[in-house]
Every structure is written in structure tokens, then in C-alpha cells.
Design a protein around this ligand. Sequence first.
Ligand code: NAD
Ligand code: DAU
Length: 348
Amino acid sequence: MNILVTGGAGFIGSHLVRLLVNKYPNYRIVTFDSLTYAGNLANLNDLKNAPNHVFVKGDIVSRDDVRNALKHYEITDIIHLAAESHVDRSIEGPMPFVTTNVLGTVNLMEEAKNYWKELSGHTFYHVSTDEVFGSLGKEGFFTEETAYDPRSPYSASKAASDHFVSAYFHTYGLQIKRSNCSNNYGSHHHPEKLIPLMINNILNRKPLPVYGEGVNVRDWLWVEDHAQAIDRIFHEGKVGCNYNIGGWNEWRNIDLVQELCSIMDELLDRKPGESAQLITYVKDRAGHDHRYAIDATKLHNELGWKPSLTFEEGLRKTVKWYLDNQAWVTEVTSGSYRDYYKKMYGEN
Ligand code: NAD
Ligand code: DAU
């Protein structure tokens, strides 16, 4: 197999590429990524000498970039992760989300359809999010049958891409698989997202900006478990089906930030409660979804997948990774991210 992984230099993509390259020495894995502010080749440093891995700088919105890569590497299958992924940025400016997440996805499928001609035997795997389902109240879970109700420009763009993927299956017979996953965490996570942002600010004794009252709930999954789930669905999932992926691990934001503070007090040899003093409640996110919670029973029952780590283990590993990789943090937080941070949180 020659698998094109779009967005392979990003957070989840780089974990997936690492897994595939190491687990399947007979496959050729082609990372296809335009290296936006969120993509970083350093995420794939350990694969520099891997004979079955190639990096191609390309934009999914460019038909030529996609066409050339498909042809040149004789691509047999695609796992599509490339996206604009940050909800706050989509509120600031939705257009790049429409361009990459909607147009880019359709472009990719159109080129794949033209290149493969005979569609059977080729998989187009679309990686999506639980945010397409909208916002839950206190009770209930998102299942594969939950109706779509996206509320942010980001989730609307992902929902649109999901619908196009489904349309290509029904209309043209593109052999699609799709998964909708909850919030990931782990190493190489861009510091604009909640967990790495808090780790860095705790370390540097900066304010910890908690939106609203901190009572919004997210369902957290170790990123390597997400990669394992994608691998399982790609190889064993049913064509035309979608699977929900989640950690059965719901946390209110404020409780999660408190937990990070206490782990870091211990690791940094601070007094218990010292880091929590940095918690600062700030203006809420516009249209902030209250609660996400995934029911991953189908994936568990059909394909035997379950998360491998407890949250306590995963959070500690994550904090340690950030403490040990400050050069990576410095690199990704320089340049345009500095301006974004100032705009969001002021000079601090
Ligand atoms: P990320 O922002 O860390 O990475 C996205 C990658 O896509 C980057 O490497 C970027 O350079 C690349 N990219 C962006 N636009 C591109 C374009 N036009 N052409 C080619 N490459 C482009 O995102 P992530 O958190 O790793 O998410 C990956 C995928 O998983 C996304 O589709 C996202 O919607 C989905 N997802 C993420 C989460 C999560 O918690 N992070 C949860 C569920 C689903
Ligand atoms: O649910 C899956 C989604 O999870 C993915 O599809 C997205 O790509 C990914 O970015 C993530 O979206 P969220 O908006 O849930 O993640 P984020 O880390 O931005 O925020 C998590 C929660 O923390 C959310 O309720 C907002 C809150 N938050 C976030 C930031 C950055 C804060 O309270 N303060 C902050 O500074």
C-alpha cells in the first residue's frame, strides 16, 4: 500500500504517521502537508531515516499539488486529517476553514476519484470530530446516529466536509470510512489548545485563562489511542461506515486545569496550591458548546478497540513531554503565534 496521510505534520497526523511507519514496514507512507502555523516537520524528526516514509509539501486546496502526489507516489489509499482545527481561530476568521476543510476535502476526493478510476480496493478515510454533533446538556452521549448540529464555524466546516464525504460514497462509490473523535491530548499538541497552553503558562507563572465559569465539559482521549483507533478502522472497519471514538473521560475545564496545577506543583517542586493561584476567569468563547461526550460502544463491540491509558497516566506523560521539549515549544510559539496570543490574552 502507498498511503497518503494529509495533515501528517500536525498533532494527530504525526502520531498516526509514526504508528503506520513503524508498524507496517512494507507500506509506503506519504505525509502530505502544507505546513501551516499548525504543522511542523520537527514532529516527524524521529522518522528522518525511515525508508518507508516520504514528506511532500503540498496544499489540499491545490488540484495540481494533490494530482502530482497521487500520481508520483502511486497512492492506493488516503487518510485525510489536514484541516484548520482551532475553534477560536474559526470565530476570528471562518474563511480559511471553509477553504481548507470544505473545498480542500472535496478537491482531494475529486482528484482521488479521477486518479483511481476503478474505486474498489481503495480507501478514502476521513478524520472528523465530535463537534459536528453540537452541544449536550447534563445527560446523554453522541452516538453514530446523533443528528448533526454544528455551532461554530469550525464545526460547521467539518460537518460540511463529512456530508461531502458521504455524498461521494453514495453518488460515486468512493470507498469511504469516517470517524468522529473527541478531544485529543498528548505530545506535539499546539500550545494554542487548552492542555498545552495551561502547561506552558503554569511553567512560566502566567495567568491561566479559563473561559466563562470553567464548567464546560470535554471528553479527553490520549492521542496515541486515537491513532490506534484510526489504524483499526482503516484496516477492519466497514466501508461506508462511521465510528465514534472517545475516551469515556469527561472533565469540566476548571477541574482539568486544577488537576494540571497539582501535577505540576509536584513535578516542579512548588507548594501545593501554588500554581492554582494563577487561574484567571476570562470572557467566554462565543457560542461555547457546553458538553461533549462520546459513546464509543460501536467501535469497542465491532472492532475491539478501547483506550489504553488512564487520564492520570496520560496527563503526567504529557506534562513531562512538554517540560522535556521546551525547544519545540519555543519554536512553535514564536512567529505568528506570538501575535495570536497577544490578541487573545493581551501582553501576558
Ligand atoms: P492540527 O491543526 O494540529 O494539524 C493540522 C495539519 O493540517 C497541520 O500539519 C497543517 O499544516 C495541515 N494543513 C492545514 N491546512 C492544510 C492544507 N490546506 N493542505 C495541506 N495541509 C494542511 O490538527 P489536529 O488536532 O492534528 O487535527 C487533525 C484532524 O483531526 C483534523 O481534521 C481535526 O478536525 C480532527 N480532529 C481533531 C481533534 C483534536 O482534538 N485535536 C479531535 C477530533 C478530530
Ligand atoms: O472535540 C474535538 C475538538 O477538540 C477538535 O475537533 C478540535 O480540532 C480541537 O481543537 C478541540 O476543540 P476544543 O475547542 O474543545 O479544544 P480547545 O483546546 O480549544 O478547548 C478545550 C476547552 O477549553 C473548551 O471548552 C474551551 C476551553 N478553553 C480553551 C482555551 C484555549 C479555555 O477555557 N481557555 C483557553 O484558553
